[in-house]
Write a protein that binds this ligand. Structure first.
Ligand code: PXP
Length: 247
């Protein structure tokens, strides 16, 4: 069965909005595991806009499934990864002005930097996944640089199905075909294939049927839904707290 890695970055986004202690992404990660998540993913960004090093340290201690650290291949992040030792590091491009990761790595341009990062992480016993667009030249380069895993960027696919699925639509067919072809090529080259970015309750179905994809990383949509499905209970609990103290 296809596995689910839950990205809890946006629990931390909510916490950082108030520079407060709650909600704690570590608590959210443990609840995600209780619900059956196969792994926990966090992206430690250079600007620390959501996940903090404290979160990473606690997650390393407490996550019982697998911890995947998304990171840019910078010397700062390599130093942190080697110290914390996540099970996997997913290398992503990072720009401080971006709202979220905007695309896959350009492995043709950044080959030297990525190869160095892969070697350093492998030496520390950390598996390396490369986040790439579903393009054959990127997949081939990922294999030749020595990565063990690739995560196919599904954001172009997700953009063509923003609200509903129309499986007959030409754009949908084109984007899904790109992912299917990229997954088959990656598998043929001996890479384990993951996928993620922009996946939602509505658009995840067809991706789960793509042969060779073994795991998805999903964050924003799960965090968004958890706010809504939890709202009713949260308000009831506040009313209970208010009324139980009223004489
Ligand atoms: N995979 C990668 C490489 C990402 O950068 C992100 C976003 O942090 C995700 C998956 C999860 O994307 P989303 O939050 O849209 O589900």
């Amino acid at each position: 069965m296809i596995k689910l890695g839950v990205n809890v970055d946006h629990v931390a986004t909510l916490r950082q909005a108030r520079q407060a202690h709650e909600p704690d992404p570590v608590a959210a990660a443990l609840l995600a595991e209780l619900a059956g998540a196969d792994g926990i993913t966090v992206h430690l960004r250079g600007d620390r806009r959501h996940i903090q090093e404290r979160d990473l340290r606690l997650l390393r201690e407490l996550v019982a499934t697998r911890l995947n650290l998304e990171m840019a291949p910078t010397s700062e992040m390599l130093r942190i990864a080697v110290k914390i030792r996540p099970d996997t590091s997913t290398l992503v491009p990072e720009r401080s002005e971006e709202v979220t990761t905007e695309g896959g790595l350009n492995l043709l341009k950044s080959a030297g930097e990525v190869k160095y990062a892969i070697e350093k992480l492998h030496k520390a016993g950390i598996s390396v996944s490369l986040f790439v667009d579903p393009e054959s030249k990127q997949i081939k380069q990922a294999a030749s640089l020595g990565a063990q895993l690739v995560e196919l960027n599904t954001s172009a696919y997700a953009e063509v199905v923003p609200l509903g699925l129309n499986e007959d639509h030409a754009d949908f067919k084109r984007e899904l075909a790109k992912i299917r072809e990229a997954a088959a090529l990656a598998h043929a080259l001996g890479l384990r294939v993951l996928a993620g970015h922009g996946l939602t309750y509505r658009n995840v179905g067809p991706i789960c049927k793509v042969p060779y994809i073994t795991e998805l990383n999903i964050g924003h949509n799960i965090c968004a839904r958890s706010v809504l499905v939890g709202m009713e209970r949260a308000v009831r609990e506040m009313l209970d707290a208010m009324h139980s103290t009223t004489p």
